[in-house]
Design a protein around this ligand. Structure first.
Ligand code: AMP
Ligand code: MG
Length: 489
């Protein structure tokens, strides 16, 4: 593992240099062996639990690592905070994996920094396990995401509403550049720093912007928009609700980042919100594309000075990109939803077919994942669709199913091929909220990772029924009506 520390080379206005604060009694709780191999972590180290606990608690520094806490701002629920930054995280540096891809390695919960404000710099055990489970599940579902390498318990208590055991999670990301990173320098009118960040982003994520050198920063915004649209479309495919899409929690790489109050939608309802602090539903399930556009508009404002010294001209170049976001999103969304029902070549009327299915799911209060699975399986035998199990008002869905079959019959592909397509889009298992909570509770009560490891094994094959899958497929008894998530502070 060879650290390169690319971000520290940008200059000290971009971060605060400081080491993690050692903890009392670090112990390795979860370790991602596959990811460790990909990151070329030597096998002797990967099997040395004691050494891993030392390194991934921050008690000992990995050779070559130069820990920093990154500076950023952010709009939190629409309100701008000029000074956020990594208040409890340390970027250890970046490394190249087996395939030559570059990854940031970051400890979260590793102590205070210049950005901690009133925070203790620590993370509780529950949220650390949650981040590990959720990010690894998302990765297996095929959603761009940061990864989790390790959870190490600290042997210390953290004080929230009650006293809780502490832990440190190691996050692996293709970068930690957020919309808020650009906002930090924009708030200081530091155009040079914004240019440095944009060049860094182009080099790391979007080298295509340099191909034809006309307006690379317009192209950068365009590329970020494309990636963000792809990301949100994928969230909507599997029912993911991020929960706190503040601009500091949006990575410009297009990876899902910051698994705080996130949750999975059970019963289909576009207004679904689980986060206890999202009183207005700003980050509700179907608000996510709207918020992504809003956040991207904030990013566009930051890069205006790089586009043209005449602000009006600069706006003239970027505004069309922001304005076309909804249309671009809808095209990508419809294409994805069409695949969920086995349609490969989207036609204009398919929008109506999709909407009428979603309306039915909503009015009949059907589970999103179970329903799409039942539809997939129903193609086994077109005459006896086993969607029956989920129906409350059979007639409504029967009518829809008739229309759907007529539509499928118009395609060049067989029902079997359509079913194959659907199988790849519709997971048989997702990290359902009540199972995530139950697993976390078991881990906390026993201080034993087996419950998490078993759950993660199943979540690693979300499109395939394994022997244990059925244990995790059920809806919560209260259909998550009382479920609430909290920021992991
Ligand atoms: P988050 O809600 O995790 O996105 O965090 C928002 C901001 O609060 C970021 O600047 C975090 O670094 C900071 N923060 C969250 N929890 C803590 C903590 N326990 N100690 C210090 N800073 C924190
Ligand atoms: Mg955050």
């Amino acid at each position: 593992m060879k650290f390169i520390n690319t971000y520290s080379h940008l200059g000290d206005t971009f971060y605060h240099k400081n080491n993690p604060t050692p903890v009392d009694n670090p112990a390795l709780f979860l370790w991602n062996e596959t990811l460790a191999e990909q990151l070329q972590i030597p096998s002797e180290l990967s099997h040395d639990k004691h050494a891993l606990a030392q390194y991934f608690s921050g008690n000992q520094l990995l050779p070559g690592s130069e820990p920093i806490s990154m500076a950023y701002s952010g709009h939190q629920f629409g309100h701008f905070s000029p000074q956020l930054g990594d208040g409890r995280a340390h970027l250890l540096g970046d490394v190249l994996d087996k395939s030559g891809n570059r990854w940031d390695i970051q400890l979260k919960g590793s102590g205070r920094s210049a950005f901690s404000r009133n925070g203790d710099g620590r993370c509780a055990f529950g949220p650390a396990i949650r981040e590990f489970i959720m990010s690894e599940a998302m990765c297996a579902l095929g959603i761009p995401t940061t990864r989790s390498l390790a959870v190490v318990t600290t042997g210390e208590q953290v004080h929230r509403e009650t006293s809780l055991p502490g832990a440190i999670v190691t996050r692996v990301a293709s970068s930690h550049l957020r919309v808020g990173t650009f906002q930090y320098f924009s708030a200081q009118a530091n155009t040079q720093a914004i240019k440095t960040l944009c060049d860094f982003a182009i080099q790391r994520h979007y080298p295509g912007c340099l191909v034809d050198k006309v307006d690379p920063y317009v192209m950068l915004l365009d590329s970020i928009i494309e990636k963000q649209i792809e990301l949100i479309v994928q969230w909507l495919r599997i029912g993911f609700i991020h929960g706190v899409m503040n601009t500091d929690n949006m990575a410009i790489s297009g990876e899902t980042i910051d698994y705080g109050p996130c949750a999975m939608m059970g019963t289909y309802n576009p207004q679904t919100v689980y986060s206890s602090i999202d009183k207005q539903g700003r980050y509700a399930f179907m608000q996510q594309p709207v918020i992504a556009q809003w956040n991207i508009a904030r990013l566009a404002e930051c890069i205006l000075p790089l586009i043209d010294s005449d602000n009006n001209k600069a706006i003239g170049k970027l505004q069309p990109l922001i304005e076309e976001f909804p249309n671009r999103f809808n095209l990508a969304y419809t294409k994805m939803m069409a695949k969920k029902i086995g349609i490969t070549n989207v036609e204009a009327e398919d929008q109506t077919l999709i909407n009428s299915l979603l309306d039915t799911l909503k009015t009949q209060e059907l589970d999103y994942t179970i329903s799409f699975n039942a539809l997939t399986q129903s193609l086994d035998s077109v005459d006896s669709p086993n969607i029956q199990a989920e129906k409350k008002q059979p007639d409504a869905l029967n009518q829809w199913i008739d229309n759907w079959h007529q539509r499928l019959n118009k395609q060049a592909i067989s029902h079997q091929q359509a079913q194959q397509l659907m199988t790849q889009q519709n997971p048989v298992v997702i990290p359902r909220n009540h199972h995530v909570e139950a697993v976390i509770q078991q881990c906390q009560q026993t201080n034993n990772p087996v419950a998490a490891e078993k759950f993660i094994r199943v979540l690693k094959s979300p499109y395939q029924l394994l022997a244990d899958t059925s244990e995790y497929q059920d809806q919560a008894r209260d259909r998550d009506q009382c479920y609430q998530t909290f920021c992991g502070t």
